[in-house]
Ligand binder design. Sequence first.
Ligand code: ADP
Ligand code: 5GP
Length: 206
Amino acid sequence: MTSVFIISAPSGSGKSTLVSRLMNEVENLTFSVSYTTRRPRGAEVDGEAYHFIGRDEFEARIERKEFLEYADVFGNYYGTHQNELQIAENKGKDLVLDIDVQGAAQLKQRIPDAVTIFILAPSLEILEQRLRSRSQDSDAVISRRLADAAREIRDYRLYDYVLVNENLELAAETLKSIVRAERVKRIRVEEKIRPILATFGQALGV
Ligand code: ADP
Ligand code: 5GP
């Protein structure tokens, strides 16, 4: 059974850094590549960071009900194709999604077992420092991202876990621990322990 891990965070909280550590350091995970109508940034390659498509094509895909969830984020569409879950299931892997709070709420309704994690910078001031030190955005974009962060943070209660990214090392270890601990929840391991129990002459489900 594929477990689904949904990770959301205001821009600059350290989500990309932490998700990349998670993907590199925890076995058997696959990352969900979303569709978006926003333009590629910098060295982003189509099919890696995102599948980049036009608004008409996105809307046609909405009509055909191809998305598990989708949302309008900062004036662009972003969506998770239902194939992502199917592909993870076929590969026997768990699925990690980096999506916004609107998408997380939609997906949690469709997949109640999904594990949701919200990443937070330690303060607005530190968030601003991180956005500036990343040197990717203009002053106007940084101001908008900070205002958006204040709005996004209001939805933290929708999430199972809230991870404050203060010390990077500790936050990365904690994120990995969440995934590893969720994987051994009894409800997720019943299939795996069946053969072990059989060696003890026991069966499940009594
Ligand atoms: P996001 O993906 O949430 O927009 P990034 O992962 O790009 O954020 O991180 C924003 C900036 O903050 C980057 O320059 C990153 O190296 C830095 N950063 C991330 N986590 C920490 C941390 N715990 N302490 C200090 N700097 C951090
Ligand atoms: P960016 O343009 O900076 O890559 O992403 C902007 C926001 O869109 C981030 O909050 C990111 O989590 C969110 N996002 C990326 N892919 C998806 C998706 O498939 N669905 C939803 N709902 N949000 C997404």
